[in-house]
Design a protein around this ligand. Structure first.
Ligand code: PLP
Length: 394
């Protein structure tokens, strides 16, 4: 047989978070009442100024190809926005805009990882990091973080995973799924490690707006001088401005590295939607403070979700410091219900009480489940009630 599928398909599976969404949608379409703690997206709508800018862009026929790295206006606005945030000059040529954070990170990995390279990824990890590394021909190497330490990213755990085959480290703070946040002193130690071993460092800060303690506000971008070419910072409009569907993400890196990422992007998506780029520009220019309002709303939701979870026997839930996920340990509940894994628990929750969650297996840490609190108080209340009933066997 000469016709066959690509062998790289055997290296990756479909995203488990997307699988949960599909199952929840399927059951809903059948008329089943589903409370969805699965989604990795804000329930809020995009700000009005963003929507208006999108409509205006269509009216003005801003519907043609743009520069492949993003419009000069958006790149310049992002450079100014982050320059102010970290108190350093950032040039527009250090910015590349793409189709959501996911696609920009993939393009960066394709540009920087060679077949056979080891890439260290702290676990629990965002589902797409290992898969993207595998698609590039690299090997993900997992550095297990300590649940007793709130899955805090610590340099010594990364250092222990470094070997002569290591070429890159991918970190994510605030973390999806754990809500763990990188302490600034650990960030400095990680940067020292990266320089010492001359590695690439991809720092995914997609949830940067969702930090609940002002002392945690920090970006790897502030260590840019020290890291030089080695640093690729990435983020997106998706979560901070409730703009997941517009698909606008970006990376900030040395201009030479930006060119390399662009080489990949230019043969893949070319650029993200012209209209969405105008909308994103409006978010930066007209609504830069939305995230601080949003964060207050999420802080309340976080308290309600975590305090509710702590009342359910068999769950142990640390207070997440960032993002919008609770990530409780569920071994007590598994034992009480005679379930073998958190994957089985997630299946039982959706089929028995109509509660969608994502099992820890998806993030490299079985024994946990992820519950998103990016939903209304009423949804949180009802979801917790379903979980309580499930645990109590009612
Ligand atoms: N990074 C992390 C940690 C995420 O959780 C996500 C989305 O869920 C992304 C990146 C990508 O976001 P998007 O491609 O929607 O901008």
């Amino acid at each position: 047989m000469t016709r066959r599928k690509a062998s790289r398909l055997g290296l990756v599976g479909t995203s488990q978070t997307i699988a949960v969404k599909m199952e929840a949608d399927r059951l809903r379409a059948e008329g089943v009442s589903i409370i969805d703690f699965g989604p990795g997206e804000p329930d809020l709508d995009s700000p009005d100024v963003v929507k208006q800018a999108g409509i205006q862009a269509i009216r003005e026929n801003f519907t043609h190809y743009t520069a492949a790295a993003g419009t000069p206006e958006l790149r310049a606005a992002l450079a100014t926005f982050y320059g102010k945030r970290v108190g350093r000059e950032i040039s527009a040529s250090s910015v590349i805009v793409g189709v959501g954070g996911k696609s920009v990170i993939f393009a960066a990995i394709m540009a920087l990882v060679n077949p056979g390279d080891d890439v260290i990824i702290p676990a629990p990890y965002w589902v797409s990091f290992p898969e993207q590394v595998r698609l590039a021909g690299g090997s993900p190497v997992f550095a297990m973080l300590d649940p007793a330490d709130g899955f805090t990213l610590r340099a010594d755990l990364l250092a222990a995973a470094i070997t002569p085959a290591t070429r890159a480290i991918i970190i994510n703070s605030p973390s999806n799924p754990s809500g763990g946040v990188l302490p600034p002193d650990e960030a400095r130690k990680i940067a020292e490690l990266v320089v010492e071993h001359d590695l690439w460092l991809i720092s995914d800060e997609t949830y940067e707006s969702f930090l609940y303690d002002p002392a945690d506000i920090f970006s790897m971008l502030s260590l840019r001088e020290m890291l030089g070419e080695r640093l690729v910072f990435s983020s997106a409009f998706s979560k901070s401005w409730s703009m997941t569907g517009w698909r606008v993400g970006y990376a900030i890196a040395d201009p030479g590295i930006v060119k390399s990422i662009l080489t990949v992007q230019s043969h893949d998506t070319t650029h993200t939607c012209s209209i969405a780029q105008r909308a994103a520009l409006a978010a930066l220019e007209l609504a830069p403070d939305v995230p601080s309002e949003t964060v207050e709303l999420y802080r309340g939701r976080r308290e309600r979700m975590v305090s509710g979870l702590r009342e359910i026997p068999g769950l142990s839930c640390p207070m997440p410091r960032g993002a919008f996920y609770a990530y409780p340990e569920v071994s007590g509940l598994l034992a009480a219900k005679g379930l073998a894994s958190s994957s089985e628990l997630a299946k039982a929750l959706i089929s028995e009480v109509g509660l969608a969650t994502v099992p820890g297996e998806a993030f490299g840490t079985p024994g946990f489940i992820r519950l998103s609190y990016a939903c209304s108080d009423e949804t949180i209340r009802e979801g917790l009630e379903r979980l309580r009933r499930f645990a109590a066997g009612e």
